[in-house]
Design a protein around this ligand. Structure first.
Ligand SMILES: *[C@@H]1O[C@H](CO)[C@@H](O)[C@H](O)[C@H]1NC(C)=O
Ligand SMILES: *[C@@H]1O[C@H](CO)[C@@H](O)[C@H](O)[C@H]1NC(C)=O
Length: 355
């Protein structure tokens, strides 16, 4: 579970300097304003909209656990100093155009645990300083090529636990500084070539608990910095060695259990090859359980290692023997014919001599 931003104040033993004491500075009526540190705490106050009169110098605004359903245009106008905006655990269904437009110095935005189904196309516009974005636990269905388009400085993107099934191939093409991408718990079917073509800085890619049955051949090739690839709990039946070998990294840990692995000789060989590559580590190899064929279902791949290729070895042996027998047969026949011919020749010779 991600740690919700709502917990932040608990570790800060600050006393609120209430609006009463400090004269002119305004504070929204239901919030606590910690003026010495420019924090405004509006957590769980039953708010249905972003309160007006948040002090202009506010550095952190916490609106977690309220009843916001929408973020209106110009909700945050004038808050030039805002660096952290926490709106987790509301019921936000839509962000109106330009609703975040004045927040050009914002570094962290938490919109987790809301009900967003889509992101507006101008979502990232003017949020060019953003480094961390939490959109987990929403209802997002699709990522287009526009909505994340201006997040040049984004380092951490959490899109886990949505309903994302499809992503435009350019969805992440502006995010060249991204180091963590969490897409766990969505409905993705395939990891496509080109989707991560700009993610040379990506260190952690979390794709567990999706519906992925295919990682395309070039999909992982651009990820030069990847240290962790999580694809647990998907629909993978096979894995191609070539695809994984495209990870030209220093060290990459792979987490691959709980898929629909078809345990045949090829799978066993591909895993053996992957595990022989020095910079690749399958962390949960011991937990990889076969889904098919029926006679192997439920067995640990590691426990079958030497067996899976026996059938293949046996059939290779049969083929080899068959070929050898055929060759021998041909040779024997040739020899027989040669002898027979010689015999005929010598018989003819002796006949000729007799005459
Ligand atoms: C969301 O807010 C409600 C009410 O404020 C609270 O009871 C609940 O624990 C919060 N949930 C999360 C995930 O923070
Ligand atoms: C999951 O993937 C399978 C193919 O592996 C497909 O038949 C099925 O429709 C997918 N399910 C969803 C919910 O996308």
């Amino acid at each position: 579970m991600p740690v919700s931003g709502c917990t932040m104040f608990r570790v800060m033993p600050l006393l609120p300097l209430l609006n009463t004491g400090l004269g002119f500075q305004l504070c929204p009526s239901r919030c606590l304003c910690y003026e010495s540190s420019d924090l405004v705490d509006c957590r769980s106050r039953g708010l249905v909209r972003v309160p007006p009169s948040v002090p202009h110098g506010t550095w952190l605004l916490d609106l977690c656990g309220n009843k916001l359903t929408e973020v209106h245009t110009r909700s945050f106008v004038g808050l030039w100093s805002l660096r952290i905006l926490l709106m987790s655990n509301n019921s936000i269904q839509s962000l109106q155009p330009q609703s975040l437009a004045s927040l050009q110095f914002l570094e962290r935005l938490d919109l987790s645990f809301n009900q967003l189904r889509w992101l507006p196309q101008d979502f990232s516009q003017s949020l060019s300083s953003l480094q961390e974005l939490q959109l987990d636990h929403n209802l997002l269905l699709h990522l287009d090529s526009f909505s994340l388009g201006d997040f040049q400085n984004l380092k951490k993107l959490d899109l886990s636990h949505n309903r994302i099934r499809t992503m435009d191939v350019g969805a992440f093409s502006s995010l060249s500084r991204l180091s963590l991408l969490n897409l766990e718990g969505n409905r993705l079917n395939v990891l496509t070539d080109g989707l991560l073509s700009r993610q040379q800085s990506l260190e952690v890619l979390l794709l567990s608990h999706n519906n992925i049955s295919l990682i395309e051949t070039e999909a992982l090739a651009p990820l030069r910095s990847l240290t962790l690839l999580g694809v647990r709990g998907n629909q993978l039946e096979h894995i191609r060695f070539k695809t994984i070998l495209k990870l030209q990294t220093t060290t990459t840990h792979l987490q691959m259990s709980f898929n629909r692995w078809t345990c045949d000789c090829e799978l066993q060989r591909n895993f053996a090859k992957i595990r022989h590559v020095r910079h690749l580590h399958v962390d949960d190899y011991k937990d990889i359980i076969c889904h098919a064929p029926a006679q192997q279902a439920g067995s640990f791949l590691a426990s079958l290692d030497s067996q899976l290729c026996i059938a293949e070895t046996a059939s290779m042996l049969v083929i080899t023997i068959t070929v050898m027998l055929a060759v021998i047969g041909t040779l024997v026949k040739a020899e027989y014919n040669r002898k027979k011919n010689m015999q005929t020749v010598s018989e003819e010779d002796s006949e000729r001599q007799e005459r």
